[in-house]
Ligand binder design. Structure first.
Ligand code: TPP
Length: 356
Protein backbone atom coordinates (compact mmCIF):
# COMPACT_ATOMS: atom_id res chain seq x y z
CA UNK A 1 0.00 0.00 0.00
CA UNK A 2 1.24 3.48 -0.75
CA UNK A 3 1.64 6.08 1.94
CA UNK A 4 -1.33 7.95 0.51
CA UNK A 5 -3.57 4.89 0.76
CA UNK A 6 -2.30 4.10 4.25
CA UNK A 7 -3.03 7.62 5.44
CA UNK A 8 -6.09 8.35 3.32
CA UNK A 9 -7.71 11.43 4.90
CA UNK A 10 -10.94 9.57 5.67
CA UNK A 11 -9.00 7.20 7.92
CA UNK A 12 -8.46 10.13 10.24
CA UNK A 13 -4.77 9.35 10.84
CA UNK A 14 -1.91 11.83 10.91
CA UNK A 15 1.39 10.56 9.50
CA UNK A 16 4.19 10.75 12.05
CA UNK A 17 7.59 9.02 12.17
CA UNK A 18 9.40 10.91 14.94
CA UNK A 19 7.47 11.31 18.17
CA UNK A 20 7.78 14.47 20.28
CA UNK A 21 9.96 12.53 22.77
CA UNK A 22 12.54 12.01 20.02
CA UNK A 23 11.83 8.32 19.47
CA UNK A 24 10.49 6.59 16.36
CA UNK A 25 7.01 5.25 15.78
CA UNK A 26 6.99 1.47 15.82
CA UNK A 27 8.14 -0.06 12.50
CA UNK A 28 8.90 3.32 10.98
CA UNK A 29 12.34 4.64 10.07
CA UNK A 30 13.92 7.95 9.13
CA UNK A 31 13.78 8.51 5.37
CA UNK A 32 17.48 9.47 5.21
CA UNK A 33 20.85 8.83 6.88
CA UNK A 34 22.07 10.05 10.27
CA UNK A 35 24.44 12.41 8.48
CA UNK A 36 21.53 13.94 6.56
CA UNK A 37 19.59 14.27 9.81
CA UNK A 38 22.52 16.12 11.35
CA UNK A 39 22.88 18.38 8.30
CA UNK A 40 19.17 19.20 8.17
CA UNK A 41 19.05 19.91 11.90
CA UNK A 42 21.96 22.30 11.38
CA UNK A 43 19.98 24.03 8.61
CA UNK A 44 16.98 24.31 10.92
CA UNK A 45 19.18 25.85 13.59
CA UNK A 46 20.52 28.40 11.12
CA UNK A 47 17.01 29.22 9.94
CA UNK A 48 15.76 29.69 13.50
CA UNK A 49 18.64 32.02 14.31
CA UNK A 50 18.17 34.00 11.10
CA UNK A 51 14.45 34.26 11.88
CA UNK A 52 15.17 35.59 15.38
CA UNK A 53 17.61 38.10 13.93
CA UNK A 54 15.03 39.37 11.47
CA UNK A 55 12.59 39.90 14.31
CA UNK A 56 15.22 41.86 16.25
CA UNK A 57 16.13 43.97 13.24
CA UNK A 58 12.50 44.90 12.79
CA UNK A 59 12.14 45.81 16.46
CA UNK A 60 15.23 48.03 16.12
CA UNK A 61 13.69 49.83 13.14
CA UNK A 62 16.15 48.27 10.69
CA UNK A 63 13.61 46.15 8.82
CA UNK A 64 10.15 47.27 7.63
CA UNK A 65 8.11 44.28 8.71
CA UNK A 66 8.64 40.53 9.00
CA UNK A 67 6.61 37.30 9.09
CA UNK A 68 8.40 34.83 11.40
CA UNK A 69 8.70 31.14 10.58
CA UNK A 70 9.37 30.12 14.22
CA UNK A 71 7.89 26.64 14.72
CA UNK A 72 7.47 25.82 11.04
CA UNK A 73 11.08 24.85 10.31
CA UNK A 74 10.40 21.12 9.83
CA UNK A 75 7.55 21.78 7.39
CA UNK A 76 9.78 23.88 5.20
CA UNK A 77 13.14 22.14 5.53
CA UNK A 78 11.59 18.69 5.23
CA UNK A 79 9.59 19.51 2.12
CA UNK A 80 12.03 21.78 0.27
CA UNK A 81 14.91 19.34 0.71
CA UNK A 82 13.03 16.88 -1.50
CA UNK A 83 13.11 19.29 -4.42
CA UNK A 84 15.71 19.17 -7.17
CA UNK A 85 17.27 21.61 -9.57
CA UNK A 86 14.66 22.63 -12.13
CA UNK A 87 11.73 22.32 -9.71
CA UNK A 88 9.74 25.45 -8.88
CA UNK A 89 8.67 26.97 -5.56
CA UNK A 90 5.77 29.39 -5.17
CA UNK A 91 6.01 30.76 -1.63
CA UNK A 92 3.56 32.75 0.45
CA UNK A 93 5.25 35.22 2.82
CA UNK A 94 6.52 33.04 5.69
CA UNK A 95 8.90 30.85 3.72
CA UNK A 96 12.35 31.85 4.95
CA UNK A 97 13.20 28.17 5.43
CA UNK A 98 12.06 26.98 2.02
CA UNK A 99 13.76 29.95 0.34
CA UNK A 100 17.13 29.23 1.98
CA UNK A 101 16.85 25.52 1.25
CA UNK A 102 16.29 26.34 -2.43
CA UNK A 103 19.42 28.51 -2.52
CA UNK A 104 17.99 32.00 -2.14
CA UNK A 105 20.65 34.00 -0.24
CA UNK A 106 19.67 35.20 3.22
CA UNK A 107 20.70 38.68 2.11
CA UNK A 108 17.99 38.59 -0.57
CA UNK A 109 15.35 37.62 2.00
CA UNK A 110 16.47 40.41 4.35
CA UNK A 111 16.47 42.95 1.50
CA UNK A 112 12.89 42.03 0.70
CA UNK A 113 11.73 42.75 4.25
CA UNK A 114 13.85 45.90 4.31
CA UNK A 115 11.65 47.13 1.46
CA UNK A 116 14.20 46.72 -1.29
CA UNK A 117 12.90 45.41 -4.60
CA UNK A 118 16.17 43.52 -5.11
CA UNK A 119 14.87 41.17 -2.43
CA UNK A 120 12.44 39.74 -4.98
CA UNK A 121 15.15 38.76 -7.45
CA UNK A 122 16.12 35.09 -7.27
CA UNK A 123 19.61 34.25 -8.54
CA UNK A 124 19.75 32.84 -12.07
CA UNK A 125 18.73 29.18 -12.12
CA UNK A 126 16.92 29.23 -8.78
CA UNK A 127 13.24 28.79 -9.45
CA UNK A 128 11.68 30.53 -6.47
CA UNK A 129 8.99 33.08 -7.17
CA UNK A 130 8.85 36.32 -5.17
CA UNK A 131 6.90 36.48 -1.91
CA UNK A 132 3.13 36.44 -2.45
CA UNK A 133 1.51 38.83 -0.03
CA UNK A 134 -1.97 38.37 -1.55
CA UNK A 135 -3.19 35.32 0.32
CA UNK A 136 -3.63 32.15 -1.73
CA UNK A 137 -3.16 33.54 -5.23
CA UNK A 138 0.02 31.66 -6.03
CA UNK A 139 -1.16 28.00 -6.01
CA UNK A 140 -2.71 28.91 -9.37
CA UNK A 141 0.69 29.94 -10.66
CA UNK A 142 2.18 26.66 -9.45
CA UNK A 143 -0.50 24.77 -11.36
CA UNK A 144 0.05 26.86 -14.50
CA UNK A 145 3.81 26.28 -14.50
CA UNK A 146 3.22 22.61 -13.70
CA UNK A 147 0.84 22.25 -16.62
CA UNK A 148 3.29 23.96 -18.98
CA UNK A 149 6.04 21.59 -17.83
CA UNK A 150 3.77 18.63 -18.37
CA UNK A 151 2.95 19.75 -21.91
CA UNK A 152 6.66 20.13 -22.59
CA UNK A 153 7.45 16.74 -21.08
CA UNK A 154 9.69 18.19 -18.34
CA UNK A 155 9.65 15.89 -15.29
CA UNK A 156 9.63 18.66 -12.71
CA UNK A 157 7.66 19.46 -9.57
CA UNK A 158 5.93 22.75 -8.78
CA UNK A 159 5.43 23.36 -5.08
CA UNK A 160 3.07 25.93 -3.61
CA UNK A 161 3.35 26.83 0.09
CA UNK A 162 0.38 28.43 1.78
CA UNK A 163 -1.41 28.55 5.11
CA UNK A 164 -4.71 27.20 6.42
CA UNK A 165 -6.26 30.62 5.81
CA UNK A 166 -5.46 30.45 2.11
CA UNK A 167 -7.67 27.37 1.72
CA UNK A 168 -10.69 29.66 2.12
CA UNK A 169 -9.75 31.58 -1.00
CA UNK A 170 -11.47 30.82 -4.30
CA UNK A 171 -8.09 30.73 -6.01
CA UNK A 172 -7.06 27.72 -3.94
CA UNK A 173 -10.11 25.75 -5.10
CA UNK A 174 -9.62 26.74 -8.73
CA UNK A 175 -6.00 25.63 -8.51
CA UNK A 176 -6.93 22.32 -6.88
CA UNK A 177 -9.64 21.66 -9.44
CA UNK A 178 -7.41 22.37 -12.41
CA UNK A 179 -4.58 20.31 -10.93
CA UNK A 180 -6.95 17.41 -10.31
CA UNK A 181 -8.38 17.43 -13.83
CA UNK A 182 -5.09 17.95 -15.68
CA UNK A 183 -2.95 15.94 -13.26
CA UNK A 184 -0.35 18.67 -13.02
CA UNK A 185 2.92 17.85 -11.20
CA UNK A 186 2.01 20.10 -8.29
CA UNK A 187 2.44 19.72 -4.55
CA UNK A 188 0.07 21.87 -2.54
CA UNK A 189 1.84 22.24 0.79
CA UNK A 190 -0.47 23.72 3.40
CA UNK A 191 1.27 24.70 6.61
CA UNK A 192 -1.62 24.51 8.99
CA UNK A 193 -0.12 26.67 11.72
CA UNK A 194 -3.53 26.93 13.47
CA UNK A 195 -4.14 30.58 12.61
CA UNK A 196 -4.82 33.03 9.83
CA UNK A 197 -3.75 36.12 11.74
CA UNK A 198 -6.36 35.99 14.56
CA UNK A 199 -8.74 33.48 12.95
CA UNK A 200 -8.23 30.01 14.46
CA UNK A 201 -8.21 26.94 12.25
CA UNK A 202 -11.46 25.58 13.74
CA UNK A 203 -13.49 28.45 12.33
CA UNK A 204 -11.51 28.70 9.11
CA UNK A 205 -13.24 25.63 7.67
CA UNK A 206 -15.90 23.15 8.78
CA UNK A 207 -13.84 20.31 7.26
CA UNK A 208 -12.38 17.97 9.82
CA UNK A 209 -8.98 18.22 8.17
CA UNK A 210 -7.52 20.31 5.40
CA UNK A 211 -6.04 17.18 3.82
CA UNK A 212 -9.52 15.80 3.13
CA UNK A 213 -10.25 18.65 0.74
CA UNK A 214 -8.05 16.75 -1.75
CA UNK A 215 -10.74 14.08 -2.13
CA UNK A 216 -13.20 16.51 -3.70
CA UNK A 217 -10.67 17.32 -6.41
CA UNK A 218 -9.72 13.73 -7.16
CA UNK A 219 -6.19 13.90 -5.86
CA UNK A 220 -4.24 12.37 -3.00
CA UNK A 221 -4.24 14.18 0.31
CA UNK A 222 -2.33 13.47 3.48
CA UNK A 223 -2.16 14.99 6.92
CA UNK A 224 1.36 14.87 8.32
CA UNK A 225 2.83 15.96 11.60
CA UNK A 226 4.38 19.17 10.31
CA UNK A 227 6.72 19.29 13.29
CA UNK A 228 8.27 15.98 12.30
CA UNK A 229 11.04 16.48 9.75
CA UNK A 230 11.05 12.78 8.83
CA UNK A 231 7.33 12.54 8.11
CA UNK A 232 7.27 15.79 6.14
CA UNK A 233 10.20 14.62 4.02
CA UNK A 234 8.78 11.13 3.42
CA UNK A 235 5.34 12.41 2.39
CA UNK A 236 6.77 15.12 0.15
CA UNK A 237 9.16 12.63 -1.46
CA UNK A 238 6.32 10.33 -2.38
CA UNK A 239 4.30 13.27 -3.73
CA UNK A 240 7.30 14.46 -5.77
CA UNK A 241 7.89 11.02 -7.27
CA UNK A 242 4.24 10.86 -8.21
CA UNK A 243 4.44 14.30 -9.81
CA UNK A 244 7.58 13.52 -11.81
CA UNK A 245 6.09 10.33 -13.21
CA UNK A 246 2.87 11.91 -14.49
CA UNK A 247 0.67 10.68 -11.64
CA UNK A 248 -0.58 14.11 -10.66
CA UNK A 249 -0.87 16.44 -7.71
CA UNK A 250 -0.98 15.98 -3.96
CA UNK A 251 -2.29 18.10 -1.09
CA UNK A 252 -0.12 17.83 2.02
CA UNK A 253 -1.39 19.31 5.26
CA UNK A 254 1.47 19.88 7.67
CA UNK A 255 0.04 20.26 11.16
CA UNK A 256 2.21 22.77 12.95
CA UNK A 257 2.06 25.86 15.14
CA UNK A 258 3.13 29.46 14.69
CA UNK A 259 4.99 30.30 17.90
CA UNK A 260 5.55 33.93 16.97
CA UNK A 261 3.24 36.73 15.92
CA UNK A 262 1.58 36.61 12.48
CA UNK A 263 3.92 39.41 11.48
CA UNK A 264 5.74 42.08 13.43
CA UNK A 265 2.57 44.19 13.05
CA UNK A 266 0.54 41.66 15.04
CA UNK A 267 -0.09 41.26 18.78
CA UNK A 268 -1.10 37.62 19.32
CA UNK A 269 -1.90 38.18 23.01
CA UNK A 270 -5.15 39.71 21.73
CA UNK A 271 -6.43 36.37 20.44
CA UNK A 272 -4.57 33.47 22.10
CA UNK A 273 -3.50 32.55 25.58
CA UNK A 274 0.03 31.82 26.75
CA UNK A 275 -1.19 28.45 28.04
CA UNK A 276 -2.00 27.44 24.48
CA UNK A 277 1.52 28.23 23.35
CA UNK A 278 2.89 26.22 26.28
CA UNK A 279 0.97 23.13 25.15
CA UNK A 280 2.69 23.33 21.76
CA UNK A 281 6.21 23.97 23.10
CA UNK A 282 6.99 20.25 23.72
CA UNK A 283 5.92 19.59 20.12
CA UNK A 284 8.54 21.99 18.75
CA UNK A 285 10.10 20.44 15.62
CA UNK A 286 13.62 21.19 16.81
CA UNK A 287 13.20 19.77 20.30
CA UNK A 288 12.37 16.25 19.11
CA UNK A 289 15.05 16.18 16.44
CA UNK A 290 17.67 17.32 18.92
CA UNK A 291 16.59 14.62 21.39
CA UNK A 292 16.85 12.06 18.59
CA UNK A 293 20.34 13.20 17.59
CA UNK A 294 21.51 13.41 21.22
CA UNK A 295 20.32 9.89 21.88
CA UNK A 296 22.41 8.70 18.93
CA UNK A 297 25.44 10.60 20.25
CA UNK A 298 25.45 12.89 17.22
CA UNK A 299 24.66 16.15 18.99
CA UNK A 300 25.61 17.78 22.26
CA UNK A 301 25.83 21.22 23.87
CA UNK A 302 29.33 21.79 22.59
CA UNK A 303 28.35 21.16 18.96
CA UNK A 304 25.28 23.31 19.44
CA UNK A 305 27.34 26.19 20.81
CA UNK A 306 29.96 25.98 18.08
CA UNK A 307 27.44 25.83 15.26
CA UNK A 308 25.36 28.59 16.82
CA UNK A 309 28.41 30.87 16.99
CA UNK A 310 29.32 30.08 13.38
CA UNK A 311 25.77 30.75 12.25
CA UNK A 312 25.57 34.03 14.17
CA UNK A 313 28.81 35.21 12.55
CA UNK A 314 27.48 34.38 9.12
CA UNK A 315 24.21 36.20 9.88
CA UNK A 316 26.15 39.24 11.21
CA UNK A 317 27.90 39.50 7.86
CA UNK A 318 24.64 39.15 5.93
CA UNK A 319 23.10 41.97 7.96
CA UNK A 320 26.11 44.16 7.20
CA UNK A 321 25.90 43.35 3.50
CA UNK A 322 22.15 43.96 3.34
CA UNK A 323 22.41 47.25 5.20
CA UNK A 324 25.18 48.40 2.87
CA UNK A 325 22.81 48.24 -0.11
CA UNK A 326 21.52 51.76 -0.81
CA UNK A 327 17.94 52.43 0.30
CA UNK A 328 15.66 52.56 -2.76
CA UNK A 329 14.27 55.87 -4.05
CA UNK A 330 10.71 56.70 -2.99
CA UNK A 331 9.83 57.06 -6.69
CA UNK A 332 10.63 53.38 -7.23
CA UNK A 333 7.40 52.43 -5.49
CA UNK A 334 5.40 54.20 -8.19
CA UNK A 335 7.49 54.05 -11.35
CA UNK A 336 6.98 50.52 -12.56
CA UNK A 337 3.24 49.84 -12.36
CA UNK A 338 2.40 51.47 -15.72
CA UNK A 339 4.58 52.63 -18.62
CA UNK A 340 3.37 56.11 -17.73
CA UNK A 341 2.32 57.05 -14.25
CA UNK A 342 -1.41 57.78 -13.82
CA UNK A 343 -2.44 61.15 -12.30
CA UNK A 344 -3.50 59.32 -9.12
CA UNK A 345 -0.13 57.63 -8.75
CA UNK A 346 1.63 60.96 -9.37
CA UNK A 347 -0.49 62.57 -6.67
CA UNK A 348 0.27 59.75 -4.21
CA UNK A 349 3.97 59.96 -4.97
CA UNK A 350 4.05 63.74 -4.40
CA UNK A 351 2.09 63.28 -1.17
CA UNK A 352 4.53 60.66 0.10
CA UNK A 353 7.60 62.70 -0.89
CA UNK A 354 6.09 65.72 0.88
CA UNK A 355 5.55 63.81 4.09
CA UNK A 356 9.08 62.37 4.39
C1 TPP B 1 -6.19 38.42 -0.63
C2 TPP B 1 -5.77 38.81 0.74
N1 TPP B 1 -6.70 38.90 1.72
C3 TPP B 1 -6.32 39.26 2.98
C4 TPP B 1 -5.01 39.55 3.26
C5 TPP B 1 -4.59 39.92 4.68
N2 TPP B 1 -3.88 38.78 5.25
C6 TPP B 1 -2.55 38.71 5.25
S1 TPP B 1 -1.98 37.28 5.89
C7 TPP B 1 -3.54 36.74 6.24
C8 TPP B 1 -3.76 35.41 6.90
C9 TPP B 1 -3.13 34.29 6.16
O1 TPP B 1 -3.29 33.11 6.90
P1 TPP B 1 -2.74 31.75 6.39
O2 TPP B 1 -3.07 31.57 4.95
O3 TPP B 1 -3.21 30.71 7.32
O4 TPP B 1 -1.15 31.90 6.48
P2 TPP B 1 -0.25 32.20 7.75
O5 TPP B 1 -0.20 33.68 7.90
O6 TPP B 1 -0.86 31.55 8.92
O7 TPP B 1 1.10 31.67 7.42
C10 TPP B 1 -4.49 37.68 5.83
C11 TPP B 1 -5.94 37.51 5.97
C12 TPP B 1 -4.07 39.46 2.20
N3 TPP B 1 -2.77 39.70 2.38
N4 TPP B 1 -4.48 39.07 0.97
Amino acid sequence: MSLFEDYHPLKGKMFQILKPEGTLQRNLHPPFSDQDTFNLYQKMLFIRLADQRALMLQRQGRMGTYAPIWGQEACQVGSASVLQKGDWVFPAFRELGAALMMGIPLKTVFLYWMGNEEGSRAPEGINVLPVSIPVGTHPLHAVGVGWAAKLKGDPIVTMAYFGDGATSKGDFHEAMNFAGVFKTPTIFFCQNNQFAISVPRKIQTASQTIAQKAIAYGMDGIQVDGNDLFAVFAATKEAAEKARTGRGSTLIEGVTYRFGPHTTADDPTKYRKDEEIETWKPLDPMVRLKLYLEEKGLWNDEIEQRLTEEAQKEIDQVVKDAEAVPVPEVEDIFKYVYAEMTPQLKEQMEYLKGSL
